[in-house]
Design a binder for this molecule. Sequence first.
Ligand code: GDP
Ligand code: MG
Length: 441
Amino acid sequence: LTDKLSRLVKQMRGQARITEANVQDMLREVRMALLEADVALPVVRDFIARVKEKALGQEVLGSLKPGQALVGIVNKELAATMGEGVADINLAAQPPAVILMAGLQGAGKTTTTAKLAKHLQEKRKKKVLTVSGDVYRPAAIEQLRTVTAQAGAEWFASGPEQKPREIALAALDYAKKHFFDVLLVDTAGRLAIDEVLMQEIKELHAVLNPVETLFVVDAMQGQDAVNTARAFKEALPLTGIVLTKLDGDSRGGAALSVRQITGAPIKFAGVSEKLDGLEVFDAERHAGRILGMGDIVALVEQVAQGVDMEAAQKLAAKVKSGDGFDLNDFLGQLQQMKQMGGLSSLMDKLPAQLAAKAGQVDMGKAERDIRRKEGIICSMTPHERRRPDIIKATRKKRIAAGAGVQVQEVNRLLNEFDQMRTMMKKMKSGGLMKMMKKMGG
Ligand code: GDP
Ligand code: MG
């Protein structure tokens, strides 16, 4: 997909305005991208219509091409749609502030309850009580007890014959008497929308008058997320969404669907089954993920300005053909990094998953003393640059003297070169160079 999008971006060079004619293909690709990311069809239609309206007739500023500008608009609109009104948990209520968790079975309600307990205790210094309204599965109550203990919060034990409503009232009473700031209410799982259970959670809502009613939804739930979201929105006044399992490999299109259908802000993202795996939802990053690319516009710009495209391509080809990455290439890389404002700033613009992979290599270090490194490489003979492996003790001493540095620094550079060579190999499989190559045509 990114492949096709970038080709289209390129085709649209030299046109100063976004018109119906020149964006049609692009919009079709964007539509495909959204569908591939499992955004629900009606939501996609709506979104495309909105983007089209915003984009048509828009002047294309500066050196941007219409295609690039459109990708920018799409990205921004996506982020705005998902990101408006984002805020931490609202606790503005007479204590205890009640938070009600709603969602399908397996969505991650119990896990998220414990994650929130931990978050509220540690980050916001609140005294937190949890209670399970799931009276149908004793194991679910036990699960909440275990994870609440892990979170360092307190769990309220219910009686064996109690109804959810009675349990909720008892927990509320206990929380008041013991000065808890927050009461987190986990609820029974629904495998699908079930009228009886819906009625039950509505009743719980009426009794508890929660300040937050959070809809917990699995990011891997695709098209169906719309129906689930609609049913819960009709039953409850949702105040926020928690999108779980974002550590999975789904593109997370459910975020857009659910946001659009419920109108509630996406507050948190679950990124692991562990209790510290809860992050404030980042709409911009998520927009990139849905489109299957990072901030392509900024990247395209940066690449166009900063990189000698031909050199980058040659380098990419070389790495690919396995000819070996030598110190001349390394030097070229250093120089390009300098022009682009640093490899790490480029990394920020890559899709999150890709960046995480690349982030395993220490980029910051490679940036800091580029100049010194250039000096060292320039003190080598052409032969040494092509065959770094021949640089042993005597040569190192000579190079160090020539560059005015210690031998250790030469060693360090050679080590980094090795690291870079390793990184280039990683990049080869779906990385930056490939991307630059594509965009360069
Ligand atoms: P509930 O039925 O809605 O209460 O869902 P649970 O909290 O029991 O979670 C269902 C499964 O999803 C469990 O195996 C959890 O460990 C897992 N889970 C929940 N949230 C996340 C998450 O953000 N990432 C991952 N990888 N797993 C999660
Ligand atoms: Mg549960």
